[in-house]
Design a protein around this ligand. Structure first.
Ligand code: DOR
Ligand code: ZN
Length: 440
């Protein structure tokens, strides 16, 4: 609709024609632009504490503000990993001092005894990496991986009792070990080998893992939120579970649609674009899942690593960490698709704000522009053309996998609870502006 939006004390207080709008002491002009709810990023690796040479809560949320994200929710693979109430509270205290946008943090759901206390402390969801605990330090440091089915099941039961969602990074490590051995025996540890290994047999390691956790979901009743959707097989399983009315939701990441979806990128960018390879037909299935509502949420999976850490991957991709910076660029990439007619702006807002708010217990405080909601708003210029560049990226590592990419459609102003934190591409918010947001 064409409307004025009135804000009072950080909340939306008026929506309607300018003829009837009350007077205001401050006016932000959005004429000719589109205003959407601020993005809720339910999957950000803030890296703080422990890996602040990659990113910290200030740099991550500066990049968030520049990208139209008004609520950024962290992940537990920090150091010390967030496996306990004390550690969770510590992360929240750090965030209060350093974040420019609103925040929360998904603690690890690996320690059943800690789960009720973590829920009481105000987390929105739990996160489990379905990987073997190898005792390695990064990215899966001791304590946050669960691969043994019995242990995993106990965590499902404990999280189910809280009523909060359980986010699982699906992975069949037993099978993966067999698959990767075959590449290693041929002496191939290249980025291309890594990409193919994770996609062997059309992504079998994802599908078998997802079949398992869906069965655990049925047994325990937990609200299951499946991360990193990328295979047609997994989409089919989720469709069926949803059809049965089960509380199953899922996430897609920008890297699956804009980066790992091209073999050319994998050849050219190598470690800088892995993550995972999503062959063309599989990416098309993801777009179909977006259009028909199978996919609920876009999580950025913002996962910065330094160039030094990435460079190792050219020789041995198994020694280099996966993931890339995403949070500043993903809205621009999706807006470009809206301009090209691949999805509607409505569907985009559904994925980035409205559904995340519902799945993570934030609605109607967040994720919507309506009277009484927080005034988390992004002013978008649908006609603005830009070329994404390393030079303007705000993540601490100073590079983006989308360097050189032409985009059309960009956030020009970001407001968090009525306060402007980004204006004309300049971040003006200050550390401490962000608030801790528990479930409503
Ligand atoms: O590629 C990944 N990056 N996978 C993970 O499981 C962790 C993440 C990270 O934190 O960098
Ligand atoms: Zn992640």
């Amino acid at each position: 609709m064409e409307a004025d939006i009135g804000i009072e004390k950080g909340k939306i207080a008026f929506l309607g024609s300018s003829a009837t709008a009350p007077k205001s002491s401050k006016v932000v002009d959005a004429k000719g632009k589109v205003v959407i709810p601020g993005l809720i990023d339910t999957h950000t690796h803030h890296r703080d504490p422990g890996f602040t040479h990659k990113e910290d809560l200030t740099t991550a949320t500066q990049a968030a503000a520049a990208g139209g994200v008004t609520l950024s929710i962290g992940m537990p693979n920090v150091n010390p990993p967030t496996t306990s109430v004390d550690r969770f509270k510590n992360v929240i205290e750090i965030s209060k001092k350093k974040a420019l946008v609103d925040f929360n943090h998904n603690p690890s759901g690996t320690v059943p005894e800690e789960i009720p206390g973590l829920a009481e402390a105000g987390c929105l969801a739990f996160k489990i990496f379905m990987v073997k605990d190898t005792g390695r330090d990064y990215p899966h440091m001791p304590g946050i991986g669960l691969h043994h089915h019995g242990d995993l099941f106990r965590s499902f039961e404990a999280v189910a009792k809280t009523g909060l969602p359980l986010m699982v990074h699906p992975h069949d490590q037993d099978l993966m070990e067999m698959i990767e051995q075959r590449y290693w025996q041929r002496g191939d540890r290249s980025p291309q080998a890594y990409a193919k290994a994770y996609r062997e047999f059309d992504g079998i390691i994802w599908d078998t893992a997802i079949a398992t956790i869906l069965r655990f979901q049925k047994a325990t009743g937990v609200k299951l939120h499946i991360l990193h959707m990328s295979t047609p097989g997994a989409l089919e399983m989720v469709r069926r579970a949803k059809g049965e009315g089960r509380p199953v939701t899922c996430e897609v990441n920008p890297w699956a649609l804009f980066l790992g979806n091209s073999w050319e990128n994998i050849e050219k960018l190598g470690p800088y674009c892995l993550g995972f390879w999503v062959p063309e037909g599989h990416a098309e299935a993801l777009w179909e899942g977006i259009r028909d509502g199978t996919i609920d949420v876009v999580g950025s999976d913002h996962a910065p690593h330094t160039k030094e850490e990435k460079e190792i991957g050219w020789k041995d991709m198994w020694k280099s960490p996966g993931g890339e910076p995403q949070i500043q660029d993903y809205l621009r990439l999706f807006l470009t698709e809206v301009n090209q007619g691949r999805l509607t702006l409505d569907r985009l807002v559904w994925l980035t704000s409205y559904r995340p708010a519902h799945v993570f217990g934030l609605y109607p405080r967040k994720g919507v522009i309506q009277i009484g909601s927080d005034a988390d708003l992004v002013i978008v210029d649908m006609r603005k053309e830009e070329t994404i560049q390393n030079e303007t990226t705000l993540t601490k590592v100073g590079w983006t996998p989308y360097h050189g990419r032409k985009v059309k459609g960009a956030p020009v102003t970001t407001l968090v609870r009525g306060k402007v934190v980004m204006e004309n591409g300049n971040v003006v918010g200050k550390p401490g502006d962000g608030q801790f947001i528990p479930p409503v």
